[in-house]
Design a protein around this ligand. Sequence first.
Ligand code: SF4
Length: 636
Amino acid sequence: MFSHAGKILHVDLTEKKVWEKPLPEDLRSRLIGGRGVNAKLLWDLVRPGIDPLSPENVLIFGAGALTCTTAPSSGRTTVTCKSPATNLYLKCSGGGHFGSELKFAGYDHLVIHGASERPVTLIIMDDDVQLAEASDLWGMSVRDTNEAIKKELGDSGIRVACIGSAGERCVQFASIMLSVYHAAARGGVGAVMGSKKLKAIAVKGTGEITVSDPERFTELAQRLRDAFLWDMQGRKYFLFGTGVFGAGVAYNYLRSPPDSSELLSGPYLIKKHYLKRHVGCFGCTQSCHRYTEVETGPYAGTYTLGPEFETFSSLGAGVGISDPETVIKANDLVGEMGLDSISTGVVIQWAMESYERGVLTKGDTDGLDLKFGNDQALLRLIPMIAKREGKIGALLAQGVKRASERIGKDSYKWALCNSKGLEQSRVETRAVKSYALAFAVNPRGADHLHTECIAAGGGTGEMRDLLERITGEHWPNSATHYPEIVKWHEDIYAAADSLGFCAFTCTSAMAILEEEMAEIYSLAVGRDVGEDEIMLVGERVLNLEKCFNVREGADRSLDDLPWRIMNEPLPSGLVTSKRWLDEMLDRYYALHGWDLDTSWPTPETLEKLGLDECAAYIRSFRGSAEEAKRLDGGCD
Ligand code: SF4
């Protein structure tokens, strides 16, 4: 099977059983690989209504269809499960080398079922798959876990995915760390791994992946590498990472950042010699990962990846801190403990605002003075959350939605999550309207990594050309076509994630769009795949993810934004009103062929996309909902 390993590895932790299944051709042709195939496995394997932290949830790792080839930056790994944070669909994309190693070991996907009673490590050495006792690793940091496993197995080249203290304690926003530094971060994937008592997965593969037309594939891959390498946006990411954008929003979206927050940026890290080296994920010439070190002062010896834009904002400007060394230290702490830096920052900001408003007192915070800007409180609070320590650690470990529901007193008004319950990424969605719509409709919650619609800003000629192609209108009018822009980005993102491409290759750098994806995938698998088919696969994946949420009871009411974003205007008067959002949602659902009242994909739309299993479900679900409504009506 060209470009794919051709097998799915299943491991049942309850029964201690391991089995393989072939990757069905039907899945490969309809959903490509990575995120797409993961979504179908989730749909098939997870019964609606289960507790995400029960053994009934599955945890799926998927390598991209092009991973392990020379296609540039195609080594991303998708991790998929039902989210404990939202009780809905969840996928995360992680960098590093885990997915490529899994594929070299012979597997495109790994599905973890059940739960162990005692901590275990899963060890995959090609087709030798074993579970090992891991009680000695339980409680270890991410860095120590990596080192201990490599030492135990006598192989420093082995690739490890593991959880830290946060995952062990099922913190709602625990991450899975791929190696020491790459995070599959959002929605509590690490909590799902922790609930299964799976401390780590170690993988080593010695196999090969072949493509159908090696000569033409290599030639095209080189052309795409060059295009990516010399793309101006791409160069900026290489130099500064997403830190090129600075620190974004501050003080829980309450007020403007202080001038000193300029110190929180990629360029400043270089200027002050914090930056030590650049490293890339598997097969990436771009190497945008930048390692930083603090050499003197109270945090001397701290060494971490980034910080990136989201961390500068969530654990810097957002908590009222402008000192880069404190943010580097905080970034290291969340990585070591396996916490999502965005959600960690959001819950701490919510707690700080609650404290300043008198809604939380020192009696609630275990004596911590939780004022914005208190760096020591920030650094103390991160491990408390990861270990659910004290009243405040236990409260915040539930995530901002549940914490605000527990505290009440109108604190939902400054809880920066939407109704789905995921803490919002750090974009000012009162001003940046494309992201506002994208965040509202994202199946995993208010987050950027499903639909990074950077092009909507029209920052470069290429972006403006793209907007014209999507909307049929010239810049700047094209920039107001938010539903079309969001839908196009959703589709290409889902396709890129299924192929294994990094988002920086397509929606940011614009080096690899649907035409290039189609060309290189065709040469890889030996079948003519057009650019329309690539985008259709993206749309199919998104609809499948949406249907998973419908099956869990989601409807239009969950496609919203945080209260503050919709009710508290910026000083300039900008706000994203409910009325505006409703109008956009109508247009967005119509574009998708979804029902305007419920937001559910119609059976006809799903059948057109070849998702007959989802169409049948929606038909029966819609039928019972209508019947329930009729009976309800009868009672009035
Ligand atoms: S551009 Fe950066 S994040 Fe993307 S694959 Fe390359 S190194 Fe990894």
